[in-house]
Design a protein around this ligand. Structure first.
Ligand SMILES: NC(=O)c1ccc[n+]([C@@H]2O[C@H](COP(=O)([O-])OP(=O)(O)OC[C@H]3O[C@@H](n4cnc5c(N)ncnc54)[C@H](OP(=O)(O)O)[C@@H]3O)[C@@H](O)[C@H]2O)c1
Length: 279
């Protein structure tokens, strides 16, 4: 495993397992399988409706809590709920969370970030950060809050390497963690001739080439998969290295457009949608 040293001294494993859209026994088994097959980080969210099962998967894995990096995200409808972080600890069945992010830049995110800061100071969260915040809103957090976010999770992959966000985050020593690291399985990207050729050279799949690119860019990444074979394959990326020239060639495949387009309507929807345990 490779690690990113966060701005508060915490080491974050680069590779994590993403758990969106997986529920019940499936996610219990897949979390346990991932932790026993090369992953040390699990990424979930209040919104994913699977935190209880993620907690069960951790126990099922038999891996010690202190050897696991557990990451979750506060749901926007909970941004002014002072109980929300304690409730998250209970759902996950843990007494601390390694990293908690604000999921989206909507509602009262300044109040929510201050809740994260308080829980960080109380030792309930080992690191805090943001997800999907545009640069101006990260700046607003920096201007109004005490603790610099340690991590920002954003859509990022070779077809959209998030250049502007990356430059801003680097300047402020905030680590970038990629969501949709495989472009949500986009077949054009997974079959791009550039990755095919590199796969042939290194005897790796195109997916492994793409995931290795993330690590060599210095990014964290949380690929998701429902297939045990893929989960294992995606962790087998640390025994080769792309050359500087190959990283340059990959730079040219960028389409400079994310797959997920943020709109006023999408933000309004995200602001209102409740988590499955809220009612
Ligand atoms: N912060 C946010 O707002 C946000 C938003 C979206 C996602 N996320 C996080 O990012 C994680 C990843 O997102 P994602 O799962 O939507 O996208 P992804 O990781 O980019 O891609 C997943 C897709 O790739 C396929 N895949 C995975 N490994 C493969 C392999 N070795 N060979 C071929 N296909 C493979 C999967 O199919 P199979 O199931 O068949 O393997 C699935 O269709 C989520 O689980 C979540 O933790 C965060």
């Amino acid at each position: 495993m490779e690690y990113i040293l966060l701005n508060n001294g915490v080491s974050m494993p680069k590779l994590g397992f993403g758990t969106i859209n997986q529920f019940g026994e499936q996610i219990i088994d897949n979390v346990s399988y991932a932790l026993n097959n090369g992953y040390l980080l699990i990424d979930t969210a209040n919104r994913y409706g699977n935190e209880v099962e993620v907690g069960k998967g951790i126990i099922k894995s038999g891996i010690k809590r202190e050897d696991i990096f557990l990451e979750t995200k506060l749901g926007p409808t909970l941004y002014e709920n002072d109980q929300a972080i304690d409730d998250t600890l209970k759902r996950l069945n843990v007494d601390y969370i390694d990293l908690m992010l604000l999921h989206h830049p909507v509602n009262n995110y300044i109040y929510a970030y201050r809740m994260l800061e308080k829980a960080y100071k109380d030792g309930k969260l080992k690191a805090i950060g943001l997800s999907n915040f545009p640069i101006d809103k990260v700046q607003e957090i920096l201007d109004n809050c005490e603790i610099v976010p340690a991590v920002m999770q954003v859509e990022c992959h070779p077809y959209y390497p998030a250049e502007a966000v990356k430059a801003f985050l680097e300047e402020h020593h905030i680590a970038l963690q990629s969501w949709y690291p495989l472009g949500h399985g986009n077949t054009d990207m997974l079959n791009d001739p550039v990755f095919m050729e590199l796969g042939n050279k290194y005897h790796k799949s195109t997916v492994q080439i793409i995931l290795r690119w993330h690590t060599q860019m210095g990014f964290g990444l949380v690929p998701g998969s429902t297939s045990l074979e893929h989960i294992q394959e995606n962790a087998d990326i640390f025994d080769f290295a792309l050359t500087k020239e190959e990283m340059k060639i990959i730079e040219r495949v960028s389409k400079h457009q994310p797959f997920y387009i943020v709109t006023k309507e999408s933000l309004e929807r995200l602001a209102k949608t409740k988590c499955n345990f809220e009612n």
